[in-house]
Write a protein that binds this ligand. Structure first.
Ligand SMILES: C[S@@+](CC[C@H](N)C(=O)[O-])C[C@H]1O[C@@H](n2cnc3c(N)ncnc32)[C@H](O)[C@@H]1O
Length: 344
């Protein structure tokens, strides 16, 4: 980039693509350090990486006195340990990497929240990476992608060009933290039997037996939620101390949504005699031996009851798309009991 006009053209573009100075900029596959130098001269704190030692030496000489750091290493796995950056700048390198998608994922992970990738690439005669392909590669990481066509700006290239040249600025969407509903289930034990309630008019599992259960509400712990649900659904006046933990199960509905169910056990008689206090949502209460559970049951609850009867403590019950909510006697087994520390 010896030509001052070319340098000026790139400096102007870079100023638009990079965040306001001073920012931490990582230039991967920096070559002789031309872009690093422009970024450093604009006030950015630059780290320049190249896998070629001669290139690193050239970049080091070019960047001397700017405060920029030069490091030898692979752009695919930048040798920056736990450092984070406001921008990862990569020009004419991505297309040469063996797994560009993996490199993009790693680069995103190096960015601070709100940080950006600045990627300058091109495509000609089957060599390089077309802008549309890069946008597709970025799609799983973000929709915030802006591509500028550069072929028409002859100043950047020292003369007119006709092949595809562009810059893509992408701001990765922060990974959404996974959240799950927590629900609570009650196994009221009468000897070998357990109490089940047949659901009605609820829009979920209607006509099927289920244990008295419900969602944990804002501000409740799981025991408080169980005490409340037991009172609401079967009229039991339990205290948290009446409850014993039966098992914890992560369940995935056929829709793909997951939830965590805490299943509690309580002796028949604790908190009074169970009665159907919600006849508009429950058509009957009935007792069933744990080893002879009804088939017309919510599969999730049945898997919990079976696991409980088997003495399991932690279970995954992960439906696949297309599975019914109802238990299917000959259906695929979806429950997986997890090994418990200390038990061999
Ligand atoms: C075409 S030059 C571009 C240099 C610089 N980005 C620029 O635009 O002025 C490609 C540079 O990427 C470096 N390079 C290629 N693959 C690399 C990799 N996997 N890790 C680090 N550097 C790489 C090469 O050594 C070379 O210096």
């Amino acid at each position: 980039m010896g030509d001052p006009d070319v340098r000026e053209a790139w400096a102007a573009r870079l100023a638009a693509w990079l965040p306001a100075a001073p920012a931490d900029v990582l230039d991967l596959g920096c070559g002789t350090g031309s872009l690093s130098l422009l970024a450093a001269l604009s006030g950015h704190r630059v780290t320049a990486v190249d896998r070629s030692l001669p290139m690193v030496e050239l970049a080091r000489a070019k960047l001397a006195g700017t405060g920029a750091r030069t490091v030898a290493g692979d752009a695919s796995r930048p040798p920056v340990a736990a450092r984070r950056f406001d921008a990862v700048l990569v020009r004419h390198v991505l297309w040469t990497l063996p797994d560009p998608a993996a490199a993009l994922r790693r680069w995103c992970a190096l960015l601070r929240p709100g940080g950006r990738l600045v990627l300058v690439e091109g495509f000609r005669d089957g060599i390089g990476i077309p802008a549309a392909e890069l946008t597709e590669l970025l799609a799983p990481l973000t929709e915030r992608v802006h591509t500028e066509r550069l072929s028409g700006d002859a100043r950047l290239w020292g003369g007119p060009v006709s092949d595809e040249r562009y810059a893509t600025v992408a701001v990765p969407t922060p990974a959404r933290r996974h959240t799950e509903v927590v629900d609570v289930h009650l196994f009221v034990r009468r000897g070998d039997e357990v109490l089940l309630a047949r659901r009605a008019n609820t829009g979920y599992g209607d006509g099927l037996f289920n244990s008295p259960s419900g969602h944990v509400e804002e501000g409740e712990d799981v025991r408080e939620a169980m005490v409340r649900e037991a009172a609401e659904e079967v009229g039991l006046a339990l205290t948290p101390e009446d409850l014993r933990i039966a098992l914890v199960m992560q369940h995935r509905a056929p829709s793909g949504a997951t939830r965590v169910g805490w299943f509690f056990e309580v002796e028949h008689g604790a908190g009074g005699e169970p009665v159907n206090t919600e006849p508009h949502k429950c058509s009957e209460l009935a007792w069933f031996p744990l080893d002879a559970l009804p088939d017309d049951m919510v599969a999730y609850c049945r898997a919990g009851a079976k696991a409980y009867a088997a003495g399991e403590r932690f279970v995954l019950h992960l439906h696949e798309p297309g599975d019914p909510v109802a238990y299917v006697p000959d259906g695929p087994a979806r429950a997986v009991a997890l090994a418990v520390a200390g038990e061999r």
